[in-house]
Write a protein that binds this ligand. Structure first.
Ligand code: LLP
Length: 400
């Protein structure tokens, strides 16, 4: 399911370019895939909103019954602003000052703590009074590339599982109420066995936590970027998770809920970045297509060598040629080399697919360029959900 060329052309005419467009129906359909696959498992899904935090997206996520995972206190505040209840907000912190954890506690949200130091401070301040989760580093290599791999033995994320004795010492010293154990091994994980490996690591540790109510396997489900790519097989994952649970009944006799924190899976395919061709430059070996966007709007191709499918929606019947699609930033911001596109002319509209996750969210004003507008298509209507930056926005916080 995707928006048609015609719809995207119409939106570009109405709202201008560059433009981020999101399709609410796609998000709903992805969420239903998760809930259908895990219908027989007691699961709770928290949308990892670091992928895309526009309030209207958060409201949509809330309206379909999905919960939210936050990576900063400001994301927690945005979640409240969008109408989520505290019990449906999870704050998975990483490398933060303890004061942020205190603030999250005062707001009543679930918290995953990722360092011994903050766990100790939490124990000193709250003892057994506030249930809390621990983010563990399972020492598992998972994820599409090293930059998005977070569970391996050199990663900064979480408390290494080999420091279990130190965790247990703190739990006992401060009578901590450990409610959740969390791991997140990376992003773009297609192989469901990575999640199973994670569960196996947790099963070894679960017996030490008598008050545990949930295990949290993080996010990282793979989405298709290229034609022919497949996403993480959710029914298979659900089956394997269920098998793992039947093979390892909790020795404490307590039922454990399974939590997931999908980001990309919910919003990546829902997003489009529509751009316009500024210039075509021919040289001996390459035809460069220079568009009115760059790494300031979509950094994934430059930062992770990520592949984003691109289509020329102005000339879909043009003969196919190979191009280098480049940005207008004074850096080498190449979106794609040797990419076959229907013949591209100046003024044509090029659409980037999978722009919903970590697209706008990782954008910047580099080169004093303006951030694009965002539009949400929902129930057949297109609604502007963020106005395009204006020149004044560049000066907004500057002391003049
Ligand atoms: N939970 C935690 C604790 C995370 O750190 C992340 C992502 C997620 C869940 C959601 O992962 P997802 O389902 O979206 O893969 N900017 C990179 C991805 C980095 C993700 C960082 N953490 C990219 O554009 O590929």
């Amino acid at each position: 399911m995707s928006l048609s060329h015609q719809q995207l052309n119409t939106l570009a005419t109405e709202f201008g370019t560059p433009l981020y467009v999101y399709d609410a129906a796609h998000i709903t359909a992805q969420y239903q895939k998760l809930t259908n696959a895990f219908a027989k498992t007691d699961t709770k899904f928290f949308y990892a909103c670091k992928a895309l935090t526009n309030i209207n997206i958060l409201k949509h996520i809330n309206s379909i019954g999905c919960n939210v995972d936050c990576s900063s206190i400001n994301e927690v505040k945005l979640a409240f602003f969008a109408g989520f209840e505290a019990k449906n907000i999870l704050y998975t912190s990483n490398g933060i000052h303890f004061s942020e954890i205190e603030e999250a506690q005062s707001l009543g949200v679930h918290i995953n703590i990722d360092s011994l130091s903050n766990l100790e401070k939490f124990g000193q301040k709250f003892g057994h009074s506030y249930p809390v989760g621990i983010r563990l580093r399972p020492n598992i290599m998972g994820g599409g590339n090293l930059k998005v791999s977070t569970g391996h033995d050199k990663s900064k994320f979480g408390i290494p599982v080999d420091q279990l004795d130190k965790i247990l010492a703190l739990v006992s010293q401060y009578n901590l109420h450990i409610q959740n154990l969390h791991i997140h091994t990376g992003s773009d994980i297609k192989d469901v066995d990575i999640f199973v490996k994670g569960i196996e690591v947790l099963f070894d540790i679960i017996p030490f936590f008598k008050e545990l109510e949930s295990i949290d396997l993080g996010g990282g489900f793979k989405v298709p970027y290229k034609d022919g790519d497949t996403e993480t097989d959710m029914p298979l994952l659900a089956q394997k998770v269920n098998e793992a649970f039947s093979n390892h009944p909790n020795p404490n006799g307590k039922h454990l809920q399974v939590w997931f924190e999908p980001g990309k899976f919910l919003v990546s395919g829902a997003g489009y970045l529509i751009t316009e061709v500024n210039v075509i430059k021919e040289n001996a070996t390459t035809t460069f297509v220079g568009i009115n966007s760059g790494l300031n709007h979509l950094i994934r191709p430059m930062f992770y060598d990520a592949y984003h499918k691109i289509e020329n929606i102005s000339n879909p019947a043009g003969s196919a040629k190979k191009y280098a699609v480049t940005g207008y930033i004074c850096e080498t911001d190449t979106f794609a080399w040797d990419r076959k596109l229907h013949e591209v002319r100046e003024g044509d509209l090029l659409v980037f697919y999978n722009a919903g996750a970590y697209g706008f969210e990782m954008s910047s004003n580099f080169n004093s360029r303006l951030k694009p507008a965002e539009v949400l298509v929902k129930d057949g209507k297109a609604q502007l959900i963020r106005r395009r930056d204006e020149f004044e926005d560049l000066l907004k916080n500057q002391v003049l």
